[in-house]
Design a protein around this ligand. Structure first.
Ligand code: HEC
Length: 246
């Protein structure tokens, strides 16, 4: 029986891996961890600096982010938010609707992207931009081919070009993300630092996709303590009840 269950789990895990390898790229692991507050704060800062101009997260309010990330509203509104929004507002973008036509595709709302695409996908996508003169904005992406988003983080990451194909590549299929590019010109961040940037943004978007996860963790501790105390009380009670029987 146990063997059967382990086999079933192994099969599931394998299916998961195959899924992660879909497209023709193996996704890099984001290691996003929503209980890492410092990472969430850095991610929020990067999001508001580099992404919020085009992408809304319209199911989220500024005030909620301040509360969950343990920032004061003052810190959030004056350091990160560049519009005249108020803390109770939902996070929309300042750009007019017709902006869609500037890029060929409208920048989608990112509230639920971590859920629909997965954290590893976002992390890999942010690392997978390369120069492609054939594209209208000069950028392409191996995780999301022909995406109409430019590499907004190029000053930090540097400029990547596609690495030349090798014979054992099978046409690029199944090539690890790290092996796909060459750094044509360095950015302000080292490779490891840029990985951390991408991880922090991914982490922030993962939190945005399911903000209740943070609260669940906090409540979880109290629920656990409650159950522990209850067990103690019930144990004493049991002794009390059975004393006369024995
Ligand atoms: C200049 C505008 C612009 C900025 C700034 C920008 N994006 Fe985008 N983004 C786009 C557009 C346009 C698309 C749609 C691409 C397509 O569908 O071809 C997109 C698509 C995406 C997607 C894919 C969503 C999906 O499910 O299809 C993700 C994830 C994303 N952007 C994340 C980010 C992050 C994170 C930042 C900040 C680091 C950012 N974007 C900054 C314009 C922008």
């Amino acid at each position: 029986m146990i063997k059967l269950i382990t086999t079933a789990f192994a099969a599931l895990a394998l299916a998961g891996n195959l899924y992660a390898a879909s497209g023709n790229v193996l996704l890099a692991q984001s290691e996003a961890n929503v209980s890492d507050q410092a990472s969430l704060q850095r991610g929020a800062a990067l999001y508001f600096n580099y992404c919020a101009g085009c992408h809304s997260i319209k199911y989220m309010r500024y005030g909620r982010i301040a509360e969950d990330l343990q920032l004061s509203e003052e810190q959030l509104m004056s350091n990160l938010v560049f519009t005249d929004a108020k803390p109770g507002d939902l996070i929309k973008i300042a750009m007019p609707e017709e902006s869609a036509s500037w890029f060929g595709a409208a920048p989608p709302d990112l509230s639920l992207t971590a859920r629909s695409r997965g954290s590893d996908w976002i992390y890999s996508y942010l690392k997978a931009f390369y120069v492609d003169p054939a594209r209208p904005l000069g950028w392409n992406n191996t995780v999301f081919a022909n995406a109409s988003m430019p590499n907004v983080l190029w000053e930090r990451q540097g400029i990547q070009t596609l690495a030349p194909a090798h014979e054992d590549d099978h046409g690029g299929h199944g090539k690890r993300l790290e092996d796909q590019f060459e750094l044509a010109s360095p950015g302000s961040r080292s490779a490891a630092e840029f990985d951390q940037d991408a991880r922090d943004i991914t982490n922030f978007l993962t939190y945005v996709g399911e903000p209740a996860a943070l609260q669940r963790e906090r409540y979880g501790v109290w629920v656990f303590l409650y159950l522990l105390v209850l067990t103690g009380v019930l144990y004493v009670l049991k002794h009390e009840y059975w004393r006369d029987v024995h």
